[in-house]
Design a protein around this ligand. Sequence first.
Ligand code: HEC
Ligand code: HEC
Length: 394
Amino acid sequence: MRLFWKCTFCAVSAAVAVACGPVEPEKVFEPSYFDLPVPEYFPTLTNVPASNRLSEEGVRLGRHLFYDIRLSGSYRAEGMLSCASCHRQENAFECGLDNPRLDNGRMTGAAGLQTAHGMLPLINIAFNTRCFGWNGALEYPESNLETLIARTLVDSTEFAGTEQAIEQRIAGIPFYPPLFQEAFGSSEVTFDRIVSAIAQFVRTLVSSNSKFDRYMRGEAQLSPEEMRGYVLFTTEEGADCFHCHGGAGNVLFSTYDILVNGLDPQEAFTDPYDRYSVTGDPMDKGAYRIPTLRNIAYTAPYMHDGRFSTLGEVIDQYSENVFHSPYISPLMHHVNDNGVQLTASEKQCLEAFLLCLSDEEFIRNPDFSNPFVQDTVPAQAQVQAGKGVPGSRP
Ligand code: HEC
Ligand code: HEC
């Protein structure tokens, strides 16, 4: 019915145009396309699809949508949230331990329901060509970032919106249609365009200027303590982290494999959303996708259920608390010793190395910040202070 109306409208407007004489030449749609800048030692493969190339206009639109609490499509004050309510820049686009939406490791969405798992940060997502989410249910290339964002917007534990409500809400804000015009060649606001623009912005969130990166480029030296930590990280007889979390040979600091790393199964391997829930393979019980360790100092709480708050706790876990189960990954080589058994000074060095993965420029990059505010107050604080984004209250 709606489609029929649209077509009738097209026919009528075409007839009117003909009747009124010479038609204005159509403006050529020329967005400023650009290729994702790939840092020199990064993988060259990205998940940027041909159908959603990056353009300056698209990224600009996506950045506004990412930070706009009206995106929730909800008119209830408590239901208003943006991507940035959960993915905060100062936490490398994770939630942060002081996030008011964080409760017992999980986040609370627009409808007051809790997410199935803890958070994942948005770091170098454009280079992930394996799978998304803790259980890797969205596998590339069948699924891509666009798939994930579309689901996030309607998921009952996140935005809890409907495609139509979100479309209408954004279309009704006079600020937006011109931005859609610039990004997509017409001012029509559609759910797909909203998703595409946000995906473009998220793909620009590249972190490649940590101390470790500067070391890779020959611009900085690691201190003896950090270097010892790096050696521990990358040796089997040391802390043995590299099989899963990379290093110089895998600068994403994750292989994105999905496995069991020996956490105490507080849920007795019965999480209804683990890898097993995706594959049905009993060996996948309690398995989760390996997260990146980039910016790890900013992204607490840690693990799929947010059980740890500090890197010290994580290191103790791998050092002496590894839990033996039939499901444990064969890459956990030291499971028979309950872990890699590090000394206090080795733990200190390992943590010093992990801190070298912090990229301050990333969490302060003005291109990634809330475009609605000029100061540095985090978006969430603005919203709480009642300042919000323009017209943010229903
Ligand atoms: C209510 C909090 C919340 C909001 C709002 C939210 N997210 Fe998330 N996000 C999460 C959680 C929790 C996960 C981990 C989900 C899982 O795998 O179970 C996640 C995962 C992701 C991932 C996957 C990362 C990876 O490494 O696989 C991406 C990408 C993402 N979110 C982008 C977004 C975008 C874009 C928005 C806005 C449209 C958004 N999120 C809004 C909580 C949120
Ligand atoms: C066998 C593969 C494997 C090895 C080896 C391994 N990890 Fe992990 N790591 C994982 C997986 C899988 C997760 C997610 C587990 C979960 O949440 O259930 C993870 C999670 C983490 C996290 C939490 C990240 C976050 O964003 O929540 C940190 C930190 C971490 N690992 C550090 C290390 C360190 C340090 C080492 C070496 C001592 C190490 N890992 C060795 C697979 C591994």
